[in-house]
Design a protein around this ligand. Structure first.
Ligand code: HEC
Ligand code: HEC
Length: 161
């Protein structure tokens, strides 16, 4: 117990959340970084952004919503920023877990036929995955967020568009 082995992915996420002495979040290098700093820090802290793990679509919606609220960036900058956000604050881990775990007993296509709320997904997959692929609480939560976002209730999906 003295040296708990952390999975590599946890270390990466932790490093991404590390703070500089000034208390400002350390932002990963990349062409979108300056845009994020100049266009997104005036109304709220950038932590609001860097704590998220969102899909490309969700980042696109968010950036558009912020432009609607008054963030000033042109189309090219918005595209570059979304790519940066997806790379560094994306949901690749959720996608990976989903693909690994939910395809181990049946085809992933079967999942697409369902649209359930987060709570309903929780009840639905609880017994199912504990039979074959036990996941820890954190992974279970990540899977539920992913399922709710991509295979959520129909009316919820429609209002997001
Ligand atoms: C003109 C002010 C303003 C600017 C500039 C701005 N935001 Fe926001 N942002 C808000 C307000 C107000 C909220 C809280 C209400 C809401 O969620 O819409 C918010 C909330 C958010 C949230 C949290 C939403 C959630 O569901 O938790 C994210 C993420 C975000 N902003 C990202 C950005 C990004 C990325 C940029 C730069 C493109 C940006 N913001 C620039 C005003 C702004
Ligand atoms: C340990 C094996 C196992 C794992 C892992 C597993 N499932 Fe299943 N799943 C089943 C079984 C067994 C059934 C029901 C029998 C059948 O229809 O084949 C089922 C049925 C389903 C159905 C209903 C399909 C339909 O046609 O109605 C959905 C949706 C589903 N699973 C989603 C998921 C999701 C999402 C995950 C990942 C979080 C997952 N499953 C992981 C074994 C598994």
């Amino acid at each position: 117990m003295l040296k708990p082995a952390l999975p590599a992915v946890a270390i990466v996420i932790f490093a991404g959340a590390a703070s500089l002495p000034g208390g400002q979040a350390a932002l990963p290098e990349g062409p979108g970084r300056t845009i994020l700093q100049s266009a997104c820090a005036s109304c709220h802290s950038l932590d609001v952004v860097t704590e998220k793990r969102w899909s490309n679509q969700r980042w696109r919606d968010s950036v558009n919503a912020m432009i609607g609220r008054g963030a000033t960036l042109d189309k090219d900058q918005a595209r570059e920023l979304v790519a940066y956000l997806e790379t560094h604050f994306g949901n690749q881990r959720a996608q990976g877990l989903f693909e690994d775990i939910c395809s181990s007993c049946h085809a992933l296509e079967r999942v697409a036929k369902r649209s359930l709320s987060r709570a309903q997904w929780g009840t639905f997959i609880k017994g199912m995955i504990s039979e074959g692929n036990p996941v820890n609480d954190e992974e279970f939560g990540i899977l539920l967020d992913y399922l709710a976002e991509h295979y959520g209730e129909k009316d919820q999906v429609e209002t997001n568009q």
